[in-house]
Write a protein that binds this ligand. Sequence first.
Ligand SMILES: Nc1nc2c(ncn2[C@@H]2O[C@H](COP(=O)(O)OP(=O)(O)OP(=O)(O)O)[C@@H](O)[C@H]2O)c(=O)[nH]1
Ligand SMILES: [Mg+2]
Length: 561
Amino acid sequence: METQDNWSGGAGDPKTSGGAVAAPTVQFSRLNVNAAEFVPSFLSSKPSGESVPGPAANSEGPPSDRLQMDVEESANTNVPLSKQAEVAPDSWEDAADSEAITPDGDLIDEDADGEEIVVRTKKKPVAKEETKSKKEHVNVVFIGHVDAGKSTIGGQIMYLTGMVDKRTLEKYEREAKEKNRETWYLSWALDTNLEEREKGKTVEVGRAFFETDVKHFSILDAPGHKSFVPNMISGAAQADLAVLVISARKGEFETGFEKGGQTREHAMLVKTAGIKYLVVLINKMDDPTVEWSEERYNECKDKLLPYLKKLGFNPAKDVTFMPCSGLTGAGLKDPVEPSICSWYIGLPFIPFIDSLPSWTRNAEGPFILPVVDKYKDMGTVVMGKVESGEARKGQSLVLMPNKTSVVVDQLWSDDEEVTCVGPCENVKIKLKGIEEEDVSPGFVLCDPGSPCKMGKIFDAQVAIIEHKSIICPGYSAVMHINCGSEEVVVKALLCLVDKKSGEKSKTRPRYVKQDQVAIMRLECAGVVCMEPFKEFPQMGRFTLRDEGKTVAFGKVLKVIE
Ligand SMILES: Nc1nc2c(ncn2[C@@H]2O[C@H](COP(=O)(O)OP(=O)(O)OP(=O)(O)O)[C@@H](O)[C@H]2O)c(=O)[nH]1
Ligand SMILES: [Mg+2]
């Protein structure tokens, strides 16, 4: 019997702590309550009895029907997962940074390996008749190799939770058919531009949201194609939870996981982005080459696990595997029919992510919003995920690194207009006092009382993961830090760090190579918003990419100037 292999094996509602028999109720958003079950024509014309009956294959009522999950068999979570994660062995970065040596021989106190965000000044202006989102916000990024089914799963979830109605899907299906891409119609809910629909490939991170009784989930649908990894990185930078989508179809799992496939790079990039929890959806289980085979599921799982472990994910606590079909919807909202799949008894995907414990929300800290994107709409609108603090209509903020003073004119949390936004929310903010041309992704909207740090030259601990030749001073690459990117040059190599013991070499290395960790001084082409990792992990970790490949990842130890 395959149970949900989740962290600590329990998927019980963390809020019902200690309760051995927790039965949380998940209520979906009441949008489109009347949406009828939609069965695409190309699926309904298939011979019956097959495992491909249409999106809401396993739901008996309309998509937004009340969903009740009895988690009795897996509700043994007595320790909050967030606590468990704290004690989980972490990646190289925690082991190898206890003391960093500056070129002057100074010791940088780097012994705090926690991921806690430093709380600075308290600031909470009072506003009357405030409108703000009341639910807990969770940002979920879908990652994985090209064509694994990320957008299809995203679209299916939108349908199952009543966010996309039957008529829209029928329209997508008709239009997709005209483009000879009929099986792609579900992905159209997230692949919205022409190029994406014509080629059947996501280019920009798609955004959508759905709600349950207690949580508001933002979907970030990342592109799988290797040309768009930079977009994927900015999606990962905004996420709290990553969902690695794997195609179980014969040949596809192999291509996606072999060298060159994006499965490995994506998993590594979300780990580098600081995401601690991973749900691995083994998708396309309905495919004729799979037919819900437990053997194939286990094969995929067993091959992936050692790699995920190597990245620093603890299989017992940080990773949960589950089978599904994005195309039919099986395993997403409702349990898969036992006649189709009798061996998996864990929770389906949506109830499972709904049952996860809360993510840290730092509402008290200063406002910080790294800008992911911007556009013009009768003013300058910036988009991104609030990392900490709150912002209200009329509030004065500063946009770093240019220190431009701006005033909040209008705010949206996902698509809903509000007067106040808070941590973890995916927001749009219209600003007064700045032109759209003067904002770039990677800028950070801050509280004027405690703006984020910025710099051009900094020391960092860098792990080289893939590079054929040696890296010497003068080497340049593109650094992706939070939502921005900038060209950087290695100014000096300061010391090597032993990966196991964390010990630093007494002499300066002449070069570094693959699989080594070094402390180096880097210089950016322009001024970049960054914070020492120790003080604000989300703004202190970065990736170096060169010639379309992720070469290294690192963390900022000290901003020099
Ligand atoms: N049989 C089957 N096909 C699926 C399933 N999920 C997705 N597909 C098909 O796989 C193809 C790719 O799906 P997408 O959702 O566009 O894949 P993606 O991961 O978003 O791809 P990129 O955005 O290019 O990275 C489409 O033809 C889908 O119909 C599934 O569960 N079963
Ligand atoms: Mg896609």
